[in-house]
Design a protein around this ligand. Structure first.
Ligand code: AMP
Length: 566
């Protein structure tokens, strides 16, 4: 059985495999390792995924979707024209594309995968990731936490002697911190923390807000295509600020070109509230691991947003260590998923390695606090505390509160607050009990948190001995098996743009975007080139197509390097 490892990112996704005693990245149809997590429809109504869809984000924003990972495990509907999708389905289309890349590369059918998820992903988000795999025709045998994957890739690559290190993983939409210890081949996660609503995209939003404020624009009046263009300019500005002291944002309003120059100091100032949010999980992880920053041997960066100098300096200021990035931060998580695949397959080269992980948050139930001063008397009763090693199983006894009570109803929550209203509700349990005086009946509630970070709950009514494994109900974001099957049928009807045409159609999409963003002579030249290319594509002469496509790539590269907007 071949198992692929997938880093399903907010912005980009990668697929890798354990082969010839090492983790190897698999290239996509464009011969690149990064596949943008962008899905769209082309003009023939076919599904397009990756770079081609990314090129059309600005020009066809109404039929293209990105950043949908942050809606996994919610009922949010995303539209591509008239077609409606859940985030799981769009993620499934990305996974399908990666599966096809792996199948083409390995020349065999692939049905099994390991997918990485942010450590701080909730139960619903994890289940959604599994559902996305199922919708893509993949049996997801393991979900691995992204910072843990990054840590094993680092551990295997650098082979440090016994050491303690921190993984600082910030992608497009999520932020995770994990503290790992390595001793005699055992890689143990000591603490994990994070924020699953914080990532590089928030820095882009900051720049957009600043631009809108500076030019007194009304965001609600901007069309989706205009917003997409402003977003692209802010994204480019943010990335340029990673390597240069200042960068420009531009936006073509109705009658004039609006611009704004931002320098690093201004960007740092704007980013202060986000930096504050990044500090809290770092402090919590160190606290939980009972460590000071200066007790760490290394800091490893993962995720595209870790390229920002402010992130690097925050990490070094707080931890007193310069972060290492020996492994490309875009690739480190995918490499780790492939190593996990090797571990599951008991590969000889990995025999000495044992990996253990922890639950990143506390899981518990609501109980009545009769002495509460507040009107809300429901308080949180932790059953599995955060940073317990997984898999773990813990139970507790709970009694009836009223005379003749027919049921004990319990809410299941994830979070750290004493008040359940501040925590995330995962579901409800309604357990029938014999009617008796208050306090007479009791049930045992057992929480089992598996290696994938998924929760199972079992109850036992003590007086009757009745046991029940509970499928957690009332978690509104989770797809049911029936819904998954229905959506599987719907997805099977979608036409997918052929993989072998992707290289040329992506080039055309890039040309269309450059055409829209250019003016005058440059626009004319791009228009003529596109016309020529279309004619050559029609002729189907492979040699001519290759020649023209290589020429076009060079010209488009020159145009993009020349103009910040294109
Ligand atoms: P990932 O989810 O790991 O693919 O990370 C994607 C995030 O990294 C996005 O928010 C990107 O804008 C951000 N990113 C990628 N490259 C850079 C860069 N050079 N400078 C700043 N942010 C970057």
């Amino acid at each position: 059985m071949t198992i692929i490892g997938i880093d399903l990112g907010t912005t980009n996704s990668l697929v890798a495999i354990w082969q010839d005693e090492k983790a190897q990245l698999i290239p996509n149809a464009l011969n690149k390792f990064l596949t943008p997590s962008v899905v769209g429809l082309n003009n023939d109504g076919e599904i397009i995924v990756g770079e081609i869809a990314k090129q059309r984000l600005e020009t066809h924003s109404d039929i293209t979707a990105s950043n949908f990972k942050c809606f996994m495990g919610t009922h949010k509907i995303l539209k591509l024209g008239k077609k409606k999708f859940r985030a799981e389905e769009l993620s499934a289309l990305v996974l399908k594309s990666l599966k096809a890349d792996a199948e083409a590369f390995l020349n065999t059918e692939i049905n099994t995968a390991i997918i990485s998820v942010p450590a701080y992903f909730s139960d619903a988000q994890r289940k959604a990731t599994k559902a996305a795999g199922q919708l893509a025709g993949l049996n997801v045998i393991r979900l691995i936490n992204e910072p843990t994957a990054a840590a094993i890739a680092y551990g295997l690559h650098e082979k440090p002697e016994n050491c303690t290190f921190l993984v600082f993983d910030i992608g497009g939409g999520t932020f995770d911190v994990s503290i790992m210890e390595m001793f005699d081949g055992v890689m143990q996660v000591n603490a994990s923390s994070g924020d699953n609503r914080l990532g590089g995209e928030d820095f882009v939003e900051l720049l957009i807000k600043e631009f809108i404020h500076h030019h007194d624009l009304k965001i609600e009046k901007l069309k989706s295509k205009e917003l997409a263009k402003l977003h692209a300019s802010a994204e480019q500005c943010k990335q340029q600020l990673s390597t240069q002291p200042h960068a420009d944002m531009q936006f073509q309003a109705k009658h004039q070109l609006l611009t704004l120059q931002i320098n690093r100091d201004q960007f740092n100032e704007l980013s202060k509230p986000l930096l504050k949010r990044l500090r809290a999980p770092l402090e919590r992880a160190l606290n939980d691991a009972d460590l000071n920053g200066d007790e760490l041997d290394a800091v490893i960066l993962a995720g595209g947003a870790s390229r920002m100098p402010i992130i690097r300096s925050l990490a070094s200021k707080m931890l007193g260590l310069l972060p290492t990035s020996h492994i490309n931060p875009d690739q480190i998580v995918a490499l780790g998923t492939a190593i996990q695949a090797g571990l599951i397959q008991n590969d000889d080269a990995l025999k000495e390695i044992v990996l253990t992980d922890v639950s990143p948050y506390t899981l518990g139930i609501d109980v009545i606090n009769e002495n509460s001063y507040e009107s809300d008397s429901q308080i949180f009763y932790p059953i599995i505390e955060r940073n317990s090693s997984v898999p773990i199983s813990r139970s507790d006894l709970f009694s009836s509160a009223h005379n003749n009570q027919p049921q004990i109803n319990i809410g299941i929550f994830q979070g750290e607050s004493r008040h359940v209203r501040n925590n995330i509700k995962l579901g409800e349990l309604n357990i029938n009990i014999p009617r008796s005086p208050a306090g007479k009946e009791s049930i045992e509630v057992r929480f089992t948190y598996d290696i994938n970070g998924l929760l199972e709950v079992e109850t036992l009514v003590i007086s009757t001995g009745k046991k029940k494994t509970i499928v957690i109900e009332g978690n509104p974001g989770v797809m049911t098996e029936k819904e998954i099957n229905q959506r599987l049928e719907a997805l099977a009807e979608l036409k997918i743009h052929p993989r072998d045409k992707l290289e040329n159609t992506t080039l055309l999409a890039r040309g269309e975007r450059l055409y829209e963003n250019s003016l005058g002579e440059k626009r004319e030249i791009i228009g003529e080139l596109l016309q020529q290319f279309e004619a050559i594509l029609k002729s189907q002469n492979i040699e001519d197509i290759e020649k023209m496509s290589s020429k076009l790539k060079d010209i488009f590269d020159d145009i993009e390097n020349d103009s910040p907007l294109c």
